[in-house]
Design a protein around this ligand. Structure first.
Ligand SMILES: [Ca+2]
Length: 197
């Protein structure tokens, strides 16, 4: 009769261990692993070598200093990896001579983009672009601050981005969502932190 209490005790300990497990923990771990996998950087392919330091993941860029981030045309968007804060101001430049292109299209300057006016499919799909009023393949910046998201075109050298609130910034080639996969090329974008106003 001494084995029954022992077996019961072991069962209760096992049951308590299961009950003590935080609900949803396994699901949270699986989701975390999935998100980490999605955020993994794409290996280098055909980009020009940077002339400045590469922007460091989670790094806080000192005022006046620059770093570079590579933006691949085939990615939906490329996060700016820097640690950002409300009130930050950044100057964006695209060193000359860099090009990327949409499927079967001639390479274009990312500041100019591709108007696609000689292509019927591109004209028909123009309203579905991420920035419908801007050319295909022009460089865009997504600003996600204070729960809002807006996209702006980088159409000139030295464009200044001012962060109105805390959030994240990502860069992308303007295209129809889900059709970035057939783009080619990448460009290095130079980011310089400016003094706050
Ligand atoms: Ca495309």
């Amino acid at each position: 009769m001494q084995t029954a209490p022992s077996a019961t005790s072991a069962f209760r300990r096992a049951q308590m261990a299961i009950d003590a497990r935080p609900p949803g923990r396994l699901a949270a771990l699986a989701l975390s692993a999935l998100l980490s996998a999605c955020a993994a950087p794409v290996p280098a392919t055909d980009s020009a070598p940077p002339t400045d330091a590469v922007c460091v993941q989670g790094g806080r860029l000192p005022v006046g200093q620059t770093c570079q981030v590579r933006v691949e045309a085939a990615r939906r968007e490329t996060p700016l990896p820097l640690a950002l804060a409300a009130g930050d101001r950044y100057r964006i430049d695209v060193p000359g001579g860099q090009q990327w292109n949409d499927w079967h299209r001639l390479p274009v300057d990312p500041l100019a983009g591709d108007d696609g006016k000689d292509s019927l499919p591109m004209k028909l799909g123009a309203t579905f672009k991420r920035m419908p009023d801007e050319p295909y393949m022009t460089l865009g910046v997504a600003l996600r601050t204070d729960g809002t998201c807006r996209s702006v075109r980088v159409g000139t050298q030295g464009q200044v981005l001012a962060l109105q609130g805390a959030g994240k910034v990502a860069l992308f080639a303007n295209d129809i969502p889900l059709l970035n996969w057939n783009n080619s090329g990448s460009v290095w974008v130079t980011v310089q932190r400016l003094p706050a106003e």
